[in-house]
Design a protein around this ligand. Sequence first.
Ligand SMILES: CC(C)(COP(=O)(O)OP(=O)(O)OC[C@H]1O[C@@H](n2cnc3c(N)ncnc32)[C@H](O)[C@@H]1OP(=O)(O)O)[C@@H](O)C(=O)NCCC(=O)NCCS
Length: 149
Amino acid sequence: MDTVFRLAVMDDLPALLALELRCFATDRLSRRSFRRMIERAHGQLRVIESEGQLLGYALVLFRRGTSSARLYSIAIAGTARGGGWGKRLLQHVEACAAEHGCTHLRLEVRIDNPVAIALYERNGYRRFGLIHDYYEDHTDALRMQKPLP
Ligand SMILES: CC(C)(COP(=O)(O)OP(=O)(O)OC[C@H]1O[C@@H](n2cnc3c(N)ncnc32)[C@H](O)[C@@H]1OP(=O)(O)O)[C@@H](O)C(=O)NCCC(=O)NCCS
């Protein structure tokens, strides 16, 4: 299977929006946000493509004046889950952030998302905080971070 990790382009927009709709019930990225991120305002939107299909995406944000990057969102298509794509995409964006000069990758994850929390913990992320009432539906967020090589 021919699979590539690459930066998102405008042609990916419909598939990205469809993926977002299927993967998240709240706090979805809008068309406008995706467009802005594809234009690389202050981050990188990376996708996995296999045989013309979008298997997943990850959005990493960079902020001037800090060496921490933020993993804003990551999603793998339902049919592709459990096959290690989430882990590989995570490693890919960690390498991109390190290349960008970042020393840490930080993220927030819903406390009721054990699959994502387990993925992060198995890949070296440690909990360092909790934000109450973080999501649109008032769920709390766990803050996690990992030092990058
Ligand atoms: C979280 C997510 C990105 C993981 O993607 P994935 O491709 O399934 O991840 P991987 O296959 O690399 O690894 C997932 C791990 O969890 C396990 N796993 C996968 N689905 C699982 C499930 N439904 N229940 C329990 N464990 C599961 C896998 O066996 C694997 O374990 P391993 O590393 O010990 O082998 C994916 O589930 C997803 O897109 N979820 C919806 C969006 C989301 O919640 N994003 C995170 C926002 S913070």
